[in-house]
Each structure stands twice: as C-alpha cells, then as structure tokens.
Ligand binder design. Sequence first.
Ligand code: GUN
Length: 295
Amino acid sequence: MTAQLIKGAEVAAHIREELKKGIAELKAKHNVVPGLVTVLVGADPASQVYVGAKEKTSKELGIYSERYDLPEQTTQKELIALIDKLNKNPKIHGILVQLPLPKHLNEGEVLYTIDPKKDVDGFHPVNVGKLMIGEPDYVPCTPAGIQQLLIRSGTKIEGAEVVVVGRSNIVGKPIANILLQKRDGANATVTVCHTRTRDMAFHTRRADILIVAAGKPKAITADMVKEGVVVIDVGVNEIGKTAEGKRILCGDVDFDAVKEKAKAITPVPGGVGPMTITMLMMNTVRAAKLAAGIA
Ligand code: GUN
C-alpha cells in the first residue's frame, strides 16, 4: 500500500479563503478588524521564520498585525510590561509570544500574564482548563490543525486507537485531550507515549491513528506501525542544507518507509505546519468576535 498524502498546505489554503471572506464581512457589517500581535525575544532563526510567516499570513487575510522583536537580553519585567500594555490595547485581540523564550525568562509567568481572552495560543492555564473540561474558547493551534486534518481527510476518529508520541504542553497533551472529548471529531481511545515509555513500538503498532511530536528525526520506523495506519507527523527537523543553502527538512517519521504501510500520512514540510498558522488566524478572528459580542 502507498499512502494517501494528507496535504496540509491545500487544506490550509482552503480554510484561509473562508477566513478571508469572513474577515471582510466582519469589517463590512460590524466595523471589526481582528488584530494580532507577535512578540519574539532573541534571534532564534527558526522562530524568526515562524513569526515572519504569522505576520505575512495575517496581512494576506486582512488581519491587523503588530510585531515586536525584542533583544535577547530583555528582562522579565520589560516583557511583562509589554504584555500588560498589549492586554489593554483594544486594537489587539490576540497576543502571541513565540516560544521557546530565552532561558533567563520565566515562560510560565509570561503566559500567565496574557489576558486569557487574548490568548489565541490557548496556553494560559484558564484556557488549558477550559479545554480539559470540554468547553474551550481557544484550542491550541497545532493540535487544532491536526484534528482538522484528520476530519477533512475522512479519517474515522470515533472509537479509533490513537497513539500520541510526545507529551509537550503545545502538542502532545492538548491533542490527547482534544481527541478523547465526548464530541464529533473526537471520541477516540488515546494513549500517550513519551521518553520513559517502556516499549514504544508495542504501543505504536496498535495505533489506527499515530500522531508523532517526538522532536527526533525519523524516530518512527516502518517496523513500528501497522498496515493501514493514518500518520500525522508534527516533527520539523533540519538535517542539512542543499548546495544552494536551502534547509533540508524531515519529520519525526521515516516517511519513505512508513508511507508504504500507511493508509494516509502527512508530508514534512507541507503537512501540519501550514495548518498551525491557519488555526492561529482562526483563533484571532474568534477573539475579535468574542470581544465584540458577536461570537
Ligand atoms: N513555538 C512552537 N510552536 C508554537 C506555538 O504554537 N505558539 C507559540 N507561541 N510558540 C510556539
């Protein structure tokens, strides 16, 4: 079997068209322009690429955008002061502080400072809690994108054995939580594996749907999956550069081998990545609507 490719880039483009129309309508009917601010501390090259893409997509869709690029030495106090200011700015509906932050900063306190109503990442403990009890305002963007890819590729989630590899707060824990909710597009039986899991392959071989956010290139090999599995690869690993200096990327799954056994699989790049930014835009529109009382 050669897998169907789950093309996140195409699904994302489709959703963005819908969003663009919705944003234009929001302006025409309610005079509301969604506003998103991105805050980047330091000069991590990958983070710069991600923040640049978020800013570009905002502009393409008609979202008002502001961007703060702060020096590496920014203090906790300075960052908190900026977030306080943005919390009060009525033009801004969504605040995104790009992670990871430099080591000297306290990430938990920073995320706690963002007004939960403007927390379009869904990382504030209030929003984490709301997701946990099945009443989310904002679903974190990468897991929200994964769920959309599963739904829109026609994958049966209800009753499926879902195995998640990785237990981060950004991907592993929230996607496990989302897919076990008692609602459409969920109702799965979910197992979460991590670095201390005794026999990883025992679990991954049982998966109908395998979601991999391990942060390790090609960690999942063909012998670790069963025939007919649907694979969502969240990993983005740079494994070299072309002669022209372009980054060569691979996921956390050995794509070439696993695609021969899988029913469907996401490519890297062009799989989960484009969905993440699209879900951020969707959350920003939702934040603007909630603020205007029209959600
Ligand atoms: N770093 C990697 N992914 C994310 C994300 O979804 N949001 C933020 N704020 N930082 C990230």
